[in-house]
Design a protein around this ligand. Sequence first.
Ligand code: FAD
Length: 272
Amino acid sequence: MKKEFQIVVLAKQVPDTKNVGKDAMNADGTINRAALPAIFNPDDMKALEMALMCRDIIKKENVDVKVTVITMGPPRANEIIREALYRGADDGFVVSDKRFAGSDTLATSYALSMAIKKLGHYDIVFTGRQAIDGDTAQVGPQTAEKLGVPQITYADEIIAASTDAIRLKRVLQHGIEVVETKLPSLVTVHGNAKDCRSRHAHLVIKKKNTEIPMLTADDLNPDFERLGLKGSPTKVKNIENVVLAKKESIAISSDDEGIKGLVEDLTAAHIF
Ligand SMILES: Cc1cc2nc3c(=O)[nH]c(=O)nc-3n(C[C@H](O)[C@H](O)[C@H](O)COP(=O)(O)OP(=O)(O)OC[C@H]3O[C@@H](n4cnc5c(N)ncnc54)[C@H](O)[C@@H]3O)c2cc1C
């Protein structure tokens, strides 16, 4: 019997770095997370939409398809699982444990890969390209490496999907690329991808009291040496506030003479 087609979305709850107030930074330069509202990481919302679109395509093959959202974070990260359920995800859980504290991207991707393996079976994992707080864009690719599956990064649009393969459009600096991979595989979704569908009123009513399961480190049967600070070789040596200050400015007149001078200056500086 064919197994249920399992789509996984990795989503992170992040501080809203667009609404930074005066209390946003601690005196030592670290983020004061308590002073910032927590939101669904924007790229992950796009990953959720791509997962839901993928489910719609695969369903046409008369296959049972499920979208499961996983987040690792404090217990309140269940807010983003609920948000995903309101928008159409079928299931989700939080992975939370004090033993994950201090995780760098290596330890985070290890814990997430163990959480995915806990499902027993998966076909596609969608992640955001990048989280707006850590900003490394490493967790998706590192998770693929730990799962031992191929990865497509910077995905912008699904071109085709079946139970065996997925074809996607990738956005690159100098153009676009269409690539296909066999499943299982992992896809990181670019911020230019389609916006996520809105909440469905009937799902809000149905799911508002749904209990969101929480898994601890013990549930993942991990190698405890690879979790949290112990499993994190990245050491932050120093954090500095960098304020980019304009040192000099040049006024350019908006006539032909001004533009000609600007082009000459940029050419002389080898910018053109
Ligand atoms: C030494 C060190 C100590 C740190 N200690 C802490 C700490 O104590 N507390 C803390 O909050 N951060 C800590 N961090 C930051 C932490 O490492 C990163 O936030 C985390 O590893 C994810 O990396 P990122 O934010 O760059 O994600 P990216 O690599 O930019 O994320 C890419 C994608 O991966 C997925 N993803 C990433 N993280 C998660 C997650 N948690 N759950 C589900 N999906 C996810 C999302 O889909 C996301 O879009 C520490 C970092 C270092 C280097």
